[in-house]
Design a binder for this molecule. Structure first.
Ligand SMILES: Nc1ncnc2c1ncn2[C@@H]1O[C@H](COP(=O)(O)OP(=O)(O)OP(=O)(O)O)[C@@H](O)[C@H]1O
Ligand SMILES: [Mg+2]
Length: 294
């Protein structure tokens, strides 16, 4: 269990990346959903002990991460949003090297671990090829293999699915699911489907603030009877947006389906069951309105 309390971070340039963040993250997969610049990577780097917070605490299984970074690093795996790899170094050699740095000094033991992780991430048959030549999906799977060295209790993966094609994304999702429920896994993403497919617990982050957190089903249930739908043409959208709280516009077969958040049906709209996209977009919409008003 990971508990984040009153966490704040302002960068030297004045950007407040984390604004009093409070989160309770149980074992299993936790989705951190937010748009570009929400503060996802800032939060993950802080949990991974790679940068300091200004104030607040992060407690993992009773240990304060910010005060005991060295102890936590041993139990932590981290896949950063982007990572460089040495040109031309085969996957096996690179993972073997990283395993050594992680403290696996026994050669036989290390081989077992490295072989095992390459098999688990479906890279064993590609182990002699350079990671720098891997496709995006293979690279991300290698990223998970290195993050799993030392069998961490806390695994942090920062936007791992961006840029993957549907097949590779699916493969990556299956890999994450296979990692089990016995550790805390935090996955950041701006893709709502990543969360709806994988995460029994989630939070929505925007402009450094936690807007919602909980179980996706419960968050969806909170919107029951408040989402209304209409299919319109492009020319109609602007005037509707002026009058109604439009939370999303989705293109379908060349037309636009708009979703509106309201307690009762606006003229010409029909009811539609809420989904996680509605939860996400309505949270962002409300947050934006609040910021405009203040
Ligand atoms: N090292 C830094 N110095 C100054 N500002 C930063 C730094 N890192 C991030 N920021 C700013 O902090 C805010 C949050 O950035 P962060 O990278 O944490 O967001 P994010 O949710 O990960 O976004 P993305 O989805 O684009 O990866 C942004 O406004 C960003 O420009
Ligand atoms: Mg990021």
């Amino acid at each position: 269990m990971l508990e984040i309390k009153n966490l704040n971070k302002t960068y030297d340039n004045g950007v407040k990346a984390l604004n009093n963040v409070n989160l309770c993250i149980p074992k299993g997969m936790f989705g951190l959903l937010g748009p570009n610049g929400a503060g996802k990577s800032s939060l993950m780097r802080t949990i991974a002990t790679l940068q300091d917070a200004d104030s607040g605490s992060i407690i993992f299984d009773g240990v304060d991460i910010l005060k005991n970074p060295i102890e936590i690093r041993r139990r932590l795996g981290y896949l950063p949003q982007s990572f460089g790899v040495y040109q031309g170094v085969p996957a096996y050699e690179l993972l073997d090297h990283l395993a050594m740095l992680k403290g696996l000094i026994n050669k036989k033991e290390r081989k077992e671990v490295v072989d095992g992780l390459l098999a688990q991430t479906n890279l064993y048959q590609h182990r002699k090829n350079a990671v720098s030549g891997y496709s995006g999906g293979m690279r991300q799977r290698f990223g998970i293999a290195q993050a799993l060295l030392g069998d961490p209790d806390l695994l942090i993966v920062d936007e791992p699915t961006g840029g993957l094609d549907p097949e590779e994304r699916n493969r990556f999702h299956n890999l994450l699911v296979s990692l089990g429920e016995q550790r805390v896994i935090i996955l950041s993403t701006h893709i709502v489907d990543d969360v709806s497919e994988l995460c029994p617990q989630m939070a929505i982050l925007a402009a450094g603030e936690v807007l919602r957190q909980g179980n996706p089903f419960e968050l969806i249930d909170d919107l029951k009877g408040q989402i209304w739908r209409k299919t319109v043409s492009i020319t109609e959208v602007e005037s509707i947006e002026k009058e109604l709280p439009v939370i999303s516009k989705r293109l379908f077969a060349g037309q636009i389906i708009i979703h509106v958040l309201a307690d009762s049906a606006p003229q010409g709209f029909e009811t539609t069951p809420a989904d996680l996209e509605d939860v996400y977009f309505s949270s962002l919409h409300q947050n934006k309105q609040q910021r405009i008003a203040s």
